[in-house]
Design a protein around this ligand. Structure first.
Ligand code: AGP
Length: 600
């Protein structure tokens, strides 16, 4: 999941490309590079590692160009290396390409081009794009790109420049995200909005199968047949500050502390949105939630609320499993596709495959204008603002808020609760934002706790009912930013196997709010203690029973049993954060990960 950028204007392109790439670094940080047109020449600079390596390499180089493209890489084909870094060019160095996605038929195309005498330098799939454009070029770059896109299979967004036509950048979208930023006498291309926010909030979101031709004073969009397409300009509601750290050491910590506002803004957004659904809710007899990672965990909790308040069966399936399984779907099936980025390929393509079978699709996204937002029949928005840290935090609790409200809305629409009942439920959720705020006061305590537990190599997280997914989420947070092995497990399942893992080297975090399964979880705590597990319990403040069980008790504010996930996830996010920070790891950009997973 790479990040690509482009700039054409009157300012020096290099500093603009580099700062835009820095804002996209959460998408991949294996290598970075730029290509500019300096005079009549194409100049390519690329470095392995983070953007700062590229910036260091460019120090002192006075490039005057005001047109260029750039790339930050998350390696899929070919290990992180300078030769595999983007931009890639044809062998005469006339066409430079930066690409995000996967060209699935690249080996076949490469073989065909090698038989025509082309010589390839890298192991990447991307390089075939530059060679194909060179192969088709006959004095018109747009025509060469049109011919090229017809040969490519897979998901791709790419940009190309050439000194043969110094007045334009051409951007192509099919499957991977690409937005155009509109300026005065300048225009921008980027994989994601934060990259262009410092320069403009006027954007055009390209749809799959579209090509944008950017010049200094115009942007034209065409489909893959070369037919012009008129596009709407979308003004981004976020400002540049929301994409800054705001005095916090890491974006992740800032975003953890933004959760009360994210939940409140999400409630406000839901109540002010026109909730007229484009399908008859009463014919829906089954809901399937599809998502990945943290969004999947939110979906698991949403299931409990939807089934509790509407009685409609709600399965929750990993999107990557859904698409290729023979799961019965028809016009009475509602798909809930949850994706904060709205660009996760597994979730998008799973939703599209269900739509083809007649299902209605509701997207739950945080990025307005994202692909899933435009592909779903209806979209519910989490208003968490841009999330830069790779580890999802504020978008998770905002997703929980939407899923709780959606369950209430469905109950209302099916006449199971009346108007007052609906607004009482909304009011209860509003109160939770204050409890989350209070739970954030545990930050110092978790920082101390982290220093005690950062040495352990394995963790187990246990929970029951609504808090089983929170155990999964706590384990995921620790895994993805501290690289410590951790497993989330239904507490009742533990005695059927994982209990064998427990000894004095295994911290076991157990979620034990006073809800309908409290007694059961207390029994599970006893099981772990009897095997010398190092028990850390999370329960309601002042719970004297838990205080006397295990090594550590973390007291969160008491809430109604529906809302325990909102407060229980906070100490787990903070524990993972502080452990990773104290281990000196790159919390916002953990190894091998990317914020948006745009390939299957
Ligand atoms: C969570 O911290 C991870 N970044 C990852 O698991 C993420 O939740 C997953 O990739 C889904 O992303 P999405 O919500 O943008 O679809």
């Amino acid at each position: 999941m790479c990040g690509i950028v482009g700039y054409i204007g009157n300012d020096y392109a290099v500093p603009i490309l580099l700062s835009a790439l820095e804002r996209l670094e959460y998408r991949g940080y294996d290598s970075a590079g730029i290509a500019i047109i300096e005079g009549d020449k194409l100049v390519v600079e690329k470095k392995v590692g983070k953007i700062r390596e590229l910036i260091r390499a460019l120090w002192g180089k006075q490039y005057k160009s005001n047109i260029g493209i750039g790339h930050t890489r998350w390696a899929t084909h070919g290990a992180p290396s300078e030769v595999n870094a983007h931009p890639h060019t044809d062998e005469r160095g006339l066409f430079a390409v930066v690409h995000n996605g996967i060209v699935e038929n690249y080996l076949e195309l490469r073989k065909e081009l090698e038989e025509k005498g082309h010589h390839f330098r890298s192991e990447t799939d991307t390089e075939v794009i530059a060679h194909l454009i060179a192969e088709y070029y006959n004095g018109n770059l747009f025509d060469a790109v049109l011919k090229t896109v017809k040969r490519l299979k897979g998901a791709f967004a790419f940009a190309v420049i050439t000194p043969l036509e110094k007045d334009k950048i051409i951007g192509v979208k099919k499957g991977s995200p690409l937005v155009v930023g509109l300026g005065k006498g300048e225009n921008f291309l980027a994989s994601d909005i934060p990259a262009i926010l410092p320069y403009t909030r006027n954007t055009i979101s390209l749809d799959d199968g579209e090509i944008a031709v950017l010049k200094r004073d115009s942007v034209e969009v065409y489909n893959f047949e070369g037919v012009p397409v008129s596009k709407e300009v979308f003004v981004v509601p976020w400002d540049i500050l929301s994409a800054e750290k705001g005095g916090f050491k890491h974006f992740m910590l800032k975003e953890i502390f933004e959760q009360p506002k994210a939940i409140a803004d999400t409630i406000g957004g839901f109540l002010s949105q026109d909730l007229t659904l484009p399908f008859d809710i009463n014919r829906i007899n089954r809901v399937i939630t599809i998502a990945c990672g943290t969004s999947y965990h939110a979906g698991l909790i949403g299931k409990y609320w939807l089934e509790k308040y509407t009685g409609i069966p709600n399965e929750v399936i990993y999107a990557s499993e859904f698409r290729y399984a023979d799961i019965p779907v028809d016009e009475n099936t509602l798909i809930l596709a949850i994706s904060q980025s709205g660009e996760t390929a597994d979730t998008r393509f799973a939703a599209l495959s269900a739509k083809e079978k007649g299902a209605s699709v509701i997207g739950i996204v945080n990025v307005v204008g994202s692909s899933l937002d435009r592909e779903a029949d209806f979209t519910l928005y989490t208003h968490a603002g841009p999330e830069i840290g790779v580890a999802a935090t504020k978008t998770f609790t905002a997703q929980l808020a939407i899923l709780y409200l959606f369950a209430q809305l469905m109950a209302r629409r099916r006449g199971l609760i009346d108007r007052d009942g609906f607004y009482r439920a909304v009011e209860k959720l509003n109160e939770v934002t204050r409890k989350v705020e209070k739970a954030l006061e545990l930050n110092g305590e978790l920082e101390n706790l982290a220093s005690r537990y950062k040495k352990f190599k394995n963790f187990l997280y246990l929970g029951r009912w609504l808090n089983y997914p929170i155990a999964l989420e706590g384990a995921l947070k620790l895994k993805e930013i501290s690289y410590i092995h951790a497993e989330g497990y239904p507490a009742g399942e533990m005695k059927h196997g994982p209990i064998a893992l427990i000894d004095e080297n295994m911290p076991v975090v157990i979620l034990a709010p006073r809800d309908r399964v409290y007694e059961k979880i207390i029994a599970n705590i006893e099981e772990v203690l009897s095997r010398k597990g190092r028990v850390i319990t999370v329960g309601f403040e002042g719970d004297t029973v838990l205080k006397n069980k295990g090594e550590v008790f973390i007291g969160v504010p008491e809430v109604g049993e529906d809302f325990t996930p909102f407060v229980n996830v906070i100490p787990l996010q903070l524990l993972a954060y502080h452990i990773a920070d104290q281990l000196g790891l790159d919390v916002d950009q953990p190894r091998n990960l990317a914020k948006t997973v745009t390939v299957e």
